[in-house]
Write a protein of this length. Structure first.
Length: 343
């Protein structure tokens, strides 16, 4: 295995007294920015995570871009925020810093000094930097935590002991504020980045989601984020718009073009089996939310798969083509959410 530029080899067992003089930083925090060495050091400790109901580690399955190590951000009480060490992780590339990951593995014999295994150099996933998930704080209260998705950039070590266990069954969790928080974080990130076609599409998608959530909330609906743990997987799907009142999941897009529609369709089809298994007997509706009416063949594609459609109409309101519930296969219908009331 090649030794990286740190002088440490993935798999090395080290103490902080050995790590900090080489990579910078100090103290015993889980996240240690090291300005003078232009690094960010991340320390994962399963003993700490267990207290708060989470665990860091490798996802069992690689995605199309490779392996992912998940790491829960800093903050022991209340909702975690993108400040301090969490911001240092998110912005490490823009700040010209290298991200190094360590996992606690034990103690120096005869002492309480923790030892840490060097995993390697990483970067935050460009496509999906983090998830907002639910966990307990140190007072036992429910709160939102930031789970970073980290990808190795060079040599790394990946052992079974550091791999997340597979979920034995699908599980649904509902959070009222997580979707709003995620959109606010993305908005802040876009303000600090150069504008590209991708960021403009993302901004349009977030604006559409926010407008639709406000519309539904004003109509008396309970809107939040659905987290879906996947059976036989260590990963999960998150849908930022879930109408708990009528059991409808929405996947927003930033465009009514074919690629946006098919990506949203794939996401919903991926969730379809797990949703029906997680909530048997409950009619769950799956919908694509678009900023304009897609062309006819795309509407037919959604209908063929039992996926409904909500689009922003010319008056600025929302019109809905609905598919049947997963559990019952009820016939599809049309409903205009903002149509004028007939005289």
């Amino acid at each position: 295995m090649t030794t990286p530029t740190t002088g440490f080899t993935p798999g090395d067992i080290l103490t902080r007294a050995q790590i900090h003089p080489v990579l910078g930083g100090s103290g015993f925090a889980g996240i240690c920015p090291a300005r003078e060495k232009r690094n960010v050091l991340v320390f994962s400790d399963s003993k700490v995570g267990k207290r708060y109901g989470y665990r860091d580690g490798w996802l069992t399955e690689d995605d199309s871009f490779g392996p992912i190590f998940t790491y829960t951000g800093a903050g022991k009480r209340g909702d975690q925020t993108l400040e301090g060490g969490n911001l240092a992780i998110l912005e490490h590339t823009n700040m010209g810093r290298t991200l190094h990951v360590f996992v606690a593995v034990g103690n120096v014999p005869g002492s309480g000094t923790r030892t840490h295994k060097y995993i390697g150099e990483f970067k935050v996933d460009e496509h999906r930097p983090y998830d907002i998930r639910e966990a307990k704080d140190e007072l036992g209260q429910d709160r939102n935590v930031i789970v970073f998705r980290l990808r190795p950039t060079g040599p790394y070590i990946r052992e079974e002991s550091d791999t997340l266990p597979l979920a034995p069954r699908p599980r649904i969790r509902f959070q009222r504020t997580a979707g709003n928080i995620a959109r606010a974080y993305r908005r802040r990130r876009r303000q600090r980045q150069p504008q590209t076609d991708l960021t403009r599409i993302e901004a349009l998608r977030d604006d559409l989601a926010e407008a639709f959530e406000e519309h539904e909330t004003a109509a008396g609906m309970t809107i939040g984020q659905m987290e879906l743990s996947l059976q036989n997987s260590a990963d999960q799907l998150s849908f930022e718009i879930y109408n708990q009142t009528n059991h409808t999941v929405y996947q927003p897009t930033g465009s009514a073009a074919a690629d946006s529609i098919t990506q949203a369709l794939a996401q919903l089809l991926h969730a379809q089996h797990h949703l029906s298994s997680a909530a048997p007997g409950h009619p769950l509706h799956l919908m694509v939310l678009t900023p304009a009416l897609p062309r006819e063949d795309l509407r037919s594609l959604l209908a063929e798969h039992g996926i409904g459609l909500v689009y922003r109409n010319d008056s600025g309101g929302f019109s809905e083509f609905t598919g049947g519930p997963i559990a019952t296969g009820a016939p599809r219908s049309f409903r205009c959410l903002d149509c004028p009331v007939p005289a």
